[in-house]
Design a binder for this molecule. Structure first.
Ligand code: AMP
Length: 132
């Protein structure tokens, strides 16, 4: 059965899209841990990130770098951090987490409330700065 991320890639489920090319997509995490929390997902459906072939893993990191640059420009966090966990969705992905202050709790269990309107606004802000 297709993963929820494959359904997003196919356009069967909506997302707050940030960027897409032939091999990767980035969209806002629906239960963010910070405003602008974004997922970078290779379109190829492979569960464990370290099972990605080396070339695809490299491309995923380069795509993630471009998304991080766009987050940094648009939202101006101190840095954009990266988390890889993959315990919930069996489709490799990288969490891109804007870090706005040094004491921010950067944990996937530290969800924050972000309204739908704000998610739309943030997605527009970040995607306007993406240069693939
Ligand atoms: P994990 O697999 O533990 O790295 O976490 C999966 C992440 O995917 C969680 O942070 C979820 O909030 C996120 N997620 C699950 N479904 C969706 C969806 N439909 N759109 C965006 N993010 C999602």
């Amino acid at each position: 059965m297709a993963t929820i991320f494959t359904k997003i890639i196919r356009g069967e489920i909506p997302c707050f899209k940030i960027a897409e090319n032939e091999t990767h997509i980035a969209f806002l995490d629906i239960n963010p841990i910070a405003e602008g929390h974004t997922l970078v997902v290779p379109k190829k459906e492979i569960d464990y990130v370290f099972d990605l072939p080396d070339d695809l893993l490299g491309e995923t990191m380069v795509f993630a770098k471009k998304v991080a640059e766009a987050i940094d420009k648009s939202l101006k966090p101190l840095r954009t951090g990266v988390i890889v966990e993959g315990l919930e969705v069996p489709h490799a992905h990288i969490h891109m987490v804007p870090i706005y202050h040094e004491r921010q709790n950067v944990s996937l269990r530290n969800k924050v409330e972000v309204s739908r309107g704000k998610m739309e606004e943030i997605a527009k802000q970040i995607s306007a700065e993406v240069s693939l």
